[in-house]
Design a protein around this ligand. Structure first.
Ligand code: IPE
Ligand code: IPE
Ligand code: MG
Length: 257
């Protein structure tokens, strides 16, 4: 389904949406199943999110699949998740390519098995020239890792004499941060009812809008995505400024100050 734009006062939809796909374990538990079956069921929600993003002209969709802290889970669950990533890449990449989707993985993939790294590389190479939806999968990703990684590159520039330490600016850090070549994140959705960022795109969400829903990730469908976008389009984003109405504000006495 597409988001209605009947209301002329509604603002444009988001160009870049990031999703913290949470709640798979609880979804499975509610059904008396193993946590891994929740992760498996979550693949369907990834498919419908991609499909919704394509239909609604969202330029970039960034999905949090595995955080740098998720290694703390029981070995069996981590193993199942890794197997599931390989399985999902093997099964979905062809269809993504057919739909003109460009796939990128962000995060430190060097800790993954050579087999998984090879699947990631192949998926990225196959879809590299596609011009439709940009789909980013955050895997072994952490916002602190991302910032640290960028700062290291800036330090290397300083050491090579390309930049002086006093001149280091926000732009220099931004230039080396994941997703720097894509539109800024407009909307972050977190499913599963928790109200936290869990080390997701810390730098990039400086002015993003947040949408939290109780819906568990395997139940997140196109209607649920549409509700999030509708909420986004009704918000007033000020970026530290004022609203257009405030610009012509009258002083209490009636005169413009
Ligand atoms: C999110 O679901 C998937 C990953 C973090 C890989 P969870 O596995 O965190 O599910 P809950 O939060 O325990 O329900
Ligand atoms: C965040 O979910 C990470 C992903 C969705 C990949 P978690 O379930 O790991 O987050 P916490 O532990 O509840 O903060
Ligand atoms: Mg969770």
């Amino acid at each position: 389904m597409t988001v209605s734009s009947e209301n002329a006062s509604e603002k444009p939809g988001p160009q870049h949406v990031a999703i913290i796909m949470d709640g798979n374990g609880r979804w499975a538990k509610k059904r008396g199943k193993l946590r891994v079956s929740g992760h498996r069921a979550g693949i369907k929600s990834v498919r419908s999110s991609v499909s919704f993003a394509i239909k609604n002209q969202i330029q970039s969709l960034t999905l949090y699949a595995f955080s740098s802290e998720n290694w703390n889970r029981p070995e069996q669950e981590v193993h199942s998740l890794m197997e599931l990533f390989v399985f999902a890449l093997d099964n979905e990449v062809k269809s993504l390519h057919k739909h003109n989707v460009r796939l990128s993985v962000i995060g430190d993939i060097s800790r993954f098995s050579p087999r998984l790294q090879e699947r990631i590389r192949r998926g990225q190479v196959l879809t590299a020239n596609n011009t439709g939806l940009q789909l980013n999968i955050a895997a072994n990703y952490g916002g602190r890792w991302d910032i640290t990684h960028s700062v290291k590159q800036v330090i290397a520039q300083v050491q090579r004499g390309e930049l002086s330490a006093e001149d280091v600016s926000e732009q220099d850090i931004s230039r080396h941060i994941s997703l720097h070549d894509q539109p800024p994140i407009d909307l972050v959705i977190r499913t599963g009812g928790e109200h936290r960022i869990s080390n997701f795109l810390l730098w990039q969400v400086a002015y993003a809008e947040f949408y939290f829903t109780e819906v568990l990730w395997p139940d997140f469908d196109e209607n649920a995505f549409s509700d999030a976008v509708t909420s986004f389009t009704q918000r007033e984003r000020r970026f530290g400024g004022t609203t257009p109405d405030d610009q012509s504000e009258q002083a209490p006495g009636g005169n413009v100050a």
